[in-house]
Design a protein around this ligand. Structure first.
Ligand code: TXA
Ligand code: MG
Length: 315
């Protein structure tokens, strides 16, 4: 269904009845359920084939609602007021109550929360009057969904309701900032970079170190290495594709007429490249070529997030 008063009502009803609703957020599509329903949460894990130890992000519509389920200090409030609604998820100490079932947070003492900026989702949460748990709407390990058609491709009829709101604005997931550690720590690169956060906070923040060796089951699960991966083997930093490759190009320095080629951004705009990244990877994956090869992407700004996603997808 498209966004409308009708689909909004239906979505609220479905969530109340422990069903799943796929929704667009500004980052990627989410597979949403009511966060207090153990039955609906189990459905989400089953459908995604997601390991149970990998907790979900809880979406709220106000700092007040966040405060019912987490401990908020001056720093976290400052960050919330600056960046919410928006593509930033905070990991905070969890307050136990029946608004969020322990399955949604994999039994952890911490909880990941954000206020997304989609008006439809905000209205939905306020009508439901409860938080929603929503991981990205893709099979665990596969490329995230940035369009309703991707959700259909991944899950089809198995999702009770899909709200088609077109392509997502950013095309990559939210930044995750852990505020339960000292110093605070970026756990996932995203749209907002850590320098912007430091500027606001006036405190040191540890950035994500992609090269750091990760335990198999870290305290921040889901940070597992292999992720976002197409079925076709992916190779990075390649300017000249082979005959049987699909090519994901960037910028305009390669003047080849290779087929198939998709260009993340002909004008070398990294924001545009992030917007297209998962969308084009899904498209190229459909050709079932021997490899998908990707041109070098500048490692600056949101380009760092793009490269981190690509490295995981290729590992
Ligand atoms: O942009 C986004 O964040 C999207 C949209 C739908 O909001 N959601 C998303 O969810 O990317 P998901 O489930 O694909 O990624 C959530 C990440 C996982 O890596 C998970 O391990 C981590 O958040 N996470 C959740 N709760 C956590 C916690 N308490 N401590 C550490 N990491 C946590
Ligand atoms: Mg995901």
């Amino acid at each position: 269904m498209n966004e409308s008063e009708d689909s909004l009502k239906k979505a609220v009803l479905f969530l109340r009845n422990e069903k799943l609703v796929a929704l667009k957020t500004e980052t990627v599509y989410g597979l949403a359920c009511e966060s207090g329903s153990s039955k609906a949460i189990k459905k989400v894990y089953n459908l995604k084939k997601r390991p149970l130890f990998n907790p979900l992000i809880i979406h709220v519509n106000s700092i007040d609602l966040a405060e019912k389920i987490s401990v908020i200090n001056d720093d976290s409030r400052k960050i919330m007021e600056e960046f919410w609604p928006g593509p930033l998820t905070l990991i905070l100490t969890r307050k136990k109550n029946n608004l969020v079932h322990k399955f949604a947070v994999s039994g952890l003492e911490t909880i990941a929360i954000r206020i997304p900026s989609s008006e439809f989702v905000l209205k939905l949460i306020s009508k439901l009057n409860k938080p929603i748990a929503a991981p990205s709407a893709n099979e665990s390990g596969y490329i995230s969904a940035t369009d309703a058609a991707h959700v259909v491709d991944s899950f089809g009829e198995k999702v009770d309701l899909i709200i088609d709101s077109g392509r997502t604005e950013y095309g990559v997931e939210s930044t995750i900032l852990d505020m339960t550690t000292n110093p605070y720590e970026i756990k996932r690169l995203g749209v907002i970079d850590y320098k912007t956060i430091i500027k606001k906070l006036g405190k040191k923040v540890k950035n994500l170190n992609f090269k750091e060796k990760r335990p198999l089951r870290p305290n921040s699960p889901g940070q597992m290495l292999k992720h976002y991966a197409p079925k076709t083997p992916l190779r990075l930093n390649i300017d000249k594709p082979n005959l049987d490759d699909a090519f994901l190009d960037f910028g305009n320095k390669n003047t080849i007429s290779h087929q198939p080629t998709l260009n993340l951004s002909k004008s070398s705009n990294l924001k545009e490249a992030a917007f297209n990244l998962f969308y084009f990877l899904r498209k190229l994956d459909k050709y079932s070529k021997k490899r998908i090869v990707v041109a070098p992407i500048p490692d600056q700004g949101i380009g760092k997030t793009i490269n981190e996603r690509l490295k995981r997808a290729a590992s």
